[in-house]
Design a protein around this ligand. Structure first.
Ligand code: ZN
Ligand code: ZN
Length: 141
């Protein structure tokens, strides 16, 4: 995702309004590695700017995804998470606390894959599911 200042320019160039609420969201998302949900981002934004609407959060997230500045990630649990890291990477998700972190995998050339049968692959997404280091270190009560 580009910087808040660059995004302001991109939005304006597309004829989209850039309100203080939107600029706050740009700042909260920029280099954010927590992969927030829309609701989580709304809670954080509200603490900075009471009165911001969930609708504004959804609209801004949708616009950023449509512009290719933000990625929407869907997992089997935990709802849609938003990722400003649009470079190639993969994820490790903790099923215990929901922590989602970026992981990097060497290019997969040469990996033997069964069953693609001529399928033309554009992207590959690897999700490691389990317990994060913090949760793994905590004894299960
Ligand atoms: Zn965890
Ligand atoms: Zn990510």
């Amino acid at each position: 995702m580009r910087t808040p200042i660059e995004l302001t320019g991109v939005f304006r160039a597309q004829g989209l309004k850039v309100t203080p609420q939107r600029q706050l969201l740009f700042r909260l998302l920029h280099q954010n590695e927590t992969h927030p949900t829309a609701e989580g981002l709304f809670a954080t934004a509200s603490s900075h700017m009471p009165g911001i609407s969930l609708r504004t959060v959804y609209q801004t997230l949708n616009d950023l995804v449509a512009m290719g500045e933000l990625r929407a990630l869907t997992f089997t649990s935990g709802g849609t998470r938003f990722d400003p890291n649009i470079g190639e990477h993969h994820h490790a998700q903790c099923v215990h606390c929901g922590d989602l972190r970026d992981v990097y995998v060497e290019p997969l050339h040469g990996v033997q894959v069964q069953g693609l049968d001529g399928f033309e692959s554009h992207t590959t997404s690897i999700v490691f599911t389990g317990r994060c280091a913090t949760c793994a270190a905590t004894p299960v009560s």
